[in-house]
Design a protein around this ligand. Sequence first.
Ligand code: ZN
Length: 421
Amino acid sequence: MSEGEVDLNKLREELELIKAAVMTRLPFIASLLGKVRIYYSSKVSYPAAATIDDDIILGPEFLNYSINAKIFALAHEVLHIAFRDIIRGKKRRYEKLWYFICEAVNNTALNEVISIPYGLNVITMYHIRSVMTPEMYRKLPAPLEDCSKDDIYAVLKHYVKEIKIPVWVMDHCSDGISDKGELIQEGDSAFYRGRAESEEREEAVKDAVAKAHIMQKQAGRGAGALERLVERLLQSQVPWQTLFRSAIREGLGKTVLSTWRRPSRRFPALPGLKRLRRPTCWVEIDSSGSISQRELESFLTEAYSISKLTDLKFVVWDAEVQNFFNVRGPGDFKKVWKAIRGYGGTEIQPTLKFTLENMRHGDLVVVLTDGEIWDVEEPETKLLAEQVRNKASTAIFVTTSKDCIWPGWKNIRLRLSTLEV
Ligand SMILES: [Zn+2]
């Protein structure tokens, strides 16, 4: 025996029983629970904790829990690890607020499959609702239940001073635990690939989550809200931002190249002067489509990041050009958001015509839309799209749902980060 009076073997046995019991009902949780490293430490003042290295540490209070509370607590910590809550929390300015939201979202989802045991003091969506005002609800991009943690955080962070975050007792997401105590379960080495916080580790965890998800599906047991969270997590693809940046870079590269190719007028044998004209990037936003505030925000963040390289001109359009302005920085975001509340139909011809007339050779053109454009297939539209495409160094169609059919245009699907659960 070690760690004082505690019989660690008994704890190990109990853990095996819990895994077996959970396996029949919730293979998703059981599978992950079998892969994580678990410690027991008499120094931990919380019943359980998930660490930034993806370990679980149990404390003395855990031992006094009922079997149902133990199951709930273990499942709870597993979710923190599966959803990368702690690592993502470290990047947040208001860590406590972030964890508050994680607690509520995870527990509420978990509660659908493992009822919160009587007497266990946990944060749920009820607590989020109790701190929210009508103004905050209005700012959410969707009903609270459909919002991701990031959605909720993005709104609540502006009210962080007014929000009284309840004290919760079940766990503490921590990175500062150096003495983890006694090893209870070694876990799967494949799960612990790479360093904590590395991309390799993230992949390994995602891998395990995907496998656990398949097991849950094979068991034929849907897990409601939990399953929806997991599915959102698993939509894996190259982040659209990466595609967007490389398309922009490609366009900018062409601009520089063409100035090199132009021969010097005075000395035809010499290459032309490297005259670097800053190309303009035309950002054309469909205001009538079903683009959410979150999608627009994500898109504008990217647009601003390229504004160091090019001049940005924003065109807001629906059935015609509605608004046209220069945007100088993220502070102008509100201006754009306000402008895109149009209710007209979606016809892109007037916008393409406007762009063609006002753009210079080598400019970049980016259209942001949901792709539901009435005149997209009209010959006149296609011709204009082709002319814009030929004049531009690159023409990019960023769409939230329907893809582009115009030849030569790059099509990028705007999808939000896979980890925005
Ligand atoms: Zn927690």
